[in-house]
Ligand binder design. Structure first.
Ligand code: SIN
Length: 524
């Protein structure tokens, strides 16, 4: 029986675990918080799939590739969109009650979709509904779960991943150490990384605090190919209060508009699709308009939708706005961009295999190639489900053949996975020789990334960031926090190296020192 270790417990991890167990694997789920924690439960907008009569997978694929600014992998996108309907049926079987209206399943519109194809549950609580259904399935079926157990490193033996080292909170045992953390080694025939994204690299993020990119960093240290780390998606509409809670794109899909400090609707000056242009375009426009008005947030005006519609369709956002003191049915609310999603990650083939035998990656931690340089809204839950299903099938027949992972997909040849992978190993050896360097400070790193590696970058800022990152060293790993800080430092270095290497502006990677062809392309 194949022993499978799944690290992470969002949609991709739990899906892989459930389906691999069904296929006869001996599965253990390892997660650094509680089983229900993570970004999946925070997903508001929904899950996109071409399941309605006026739609087709090929149309969804075309929208996905267009949003990806020409860097998406067409075959991966064909799989993503083609398998969508089957995975929606699976979710319903798992117990997800998608919202319905008079026509059947209700559907919403989001930016850069040419059809309304976004399914949602609980209005704006789609991720929470999916997470609850999957957690319930895992619990009912009695799958082995190790909570509060943080990945430290992959264990590699003979060129193959054979397990992980991890820190188990409060597991050291003994009277004097009852509350201490213990380092444990967990062995397996196959390791599946499903650790999610990297939002905590940035000072402002819509992500929960678990999003510290642990899987990407550990995979890179183990020699797996990582790619496209320069493509970080910034969501244009986070509420401008501490913690920057998300205001879903679905609100704009419902008709809300963005206005500047003068009350002007400025998006149409940038792109004929206005608020429903691809996310990179909208986020960049918001960022630039904020700069023009001295840093003040722009506002999201949903007042014409009315109190009943807003509370009924978006109950979570309604509550968040009201808790922050805003009545968004009466006044526009201030919004700012915030780091939201990592398009890059551990490079995989279409079955989640990485180049390291014994290692798979699924969900946001993976770079499957479906998102190119900018993810289409509500494709992330779909990607998690589609590629977890494929990985689970593959695990059941897991001959340890490494994937021939696709190249980074840049026709201009500006960047590639090797450049990024070299970053971590060179800099790690630098650490080893610089014992006097200061230990990385998480808040300072996040501020640095926001300032120099955020929505707009340039060579000078990236070089400054690189120098500052080089002056830090990773902490000794003794608990979850120090494990995360080490990962954030590695990831920041890899991200800066990738951003320096890609000298052109494309998708979410906007170089101030290179033109943004996407604007012309999209406005054409
Ligand atoms: C949103 O609801 O705006 C986020 C959905 C997504 O990230 O795709």
């Amino acid at each position: 029986m194949t022993r499978v270790l799944v690290v992470g417990s969002g949609i991709a991890g739990l899906w892989t675990a459930i389906r691999a167990a069904e296929a006869g694997c001996d599965v253990t789920v390892v997660t650094k918080a509680a089983l229900g924690d993570g970004a999946t439960g925070w997903a508001q907008g929904g899950i996109a799939a071409a399941i309605f009569a006026d739609d087709a997978p090929a149309r969804h694929a075309a929208d996905t590739l267009a949003a990806g600014a020409g860097l998406g992998d067409p075959e991966a996108v064909r799989v993503l969109t083609g398998d969508g309907a089957a995975r929606i049926r699976d979710l319903i079987r798992f117990g997800v009650a998608f919202d319905r209206d008079d026509s059947g399943l209700a559907r919403g519109l989001e930016a850069a979709h040419t059809r309304a194809r976004i399914l949602h549950a609980g209005g704006d609580a789609t991720g929470a509904a999916i997470q609850a259904a999957l957690v319930g399935t895992v619990r009912r079926r009695g799958l082995r779960v190790l909570e509060h157990t943080t990945l430290v490193d992959l264990v590699v033996d003979g060129g193959r991943a054979v397990g992980i080292s991890a820190i188990a909170a409060g597991r050291a045992g003994g009277a004097s150490t009852a509350n201490s953390d213990a380092v444990v080694t967990l062995r397996a025939d196959a390791v599946v990384l499903a650790t999610g994204g990297t939002g905590c690299l940035y000072r402002h993020t819509t992500n929960p605090d678990v999003a510290t990119g642990d899987g990407v960093a550990a995979a890179a240290r183990a020699g797996a190919v990582v790619a496209d780390l320069e493509f970080v998606q910034f969501h244009p509409t986070a509420l401008a209060i501490p913690g920057t809670p998300l205001i879903s794109e679905a609100v704009r899909g419902d008709g809300a508009v963005l206005r500047d400090a003068e009350g002007r609707r400025f998006l149409l000056e940038v792109d004929p699709r206005g608020e429903l242009a691809p996310r990179d375009v909208v986020a960049r426009a918001v960022w630039r308009r904020m700069a023009e008005q001295g840093g003040a947030p722009v506002v999201l005006d949903a007042t014409h939708l009315g109190a009943d519609r807003l509370a009924g369709r978006f109950p979570g956002i309604d509550a968040a706005c009201r808790a922050a003191g805003f009545d968004w049915s009466r006044e526009p609310v201030p919004v700012v961009p915030a780091a939201h999603y990592a398009m890059g990650g551990v490079a995989t083939d279409l079955d989640g295999r990485t180049n390291l035998p014994g290692l798979w990656a699924v969900g946001e931690v993976a770079r499957t190639g479906v998102h190119g340089a900018n993810r289409l809204a509500s494709n992330s839950l779909l990607e998690g489900a589609v590629f977890a299903e494929r990985a689970a099938r593959d695990l059941a027949s897991a001959a340890a053949v490494p994937a021939s992972v696709p190249p980074a997909g840049d026709p201009t040849g500006h960047a590639g996975p090797d450049a990024a992978a070299r970053g971590v190993s060179e800099r790690n050896s630098f650490d080893a020789h610089q014992p006097a360097a200061a230990v990385v400070d998480r808040e300072a790193l996040q501020a640095l990334m926001w300032e120099h590696v955020g929505l707009e970058r340039d060579a000078a800022g990236l070089a400054a960031a690189s120098a500052r990152l080089d002056a830090w060293r990773a902490p000794d790993v003794v608990d979850r926090r120090t494990a995360e800080d080490r990962n954030l430092l590695d990831l920041a270095r890899l991200t800066v190296a990738a951003a320096l290497t890609r000298t052109a502006s494309v998708g979410a990677h906007t170089r101030r020192d290179a033109p943004v062809p996407a604007l012309e392309r999209q406005a054409a």
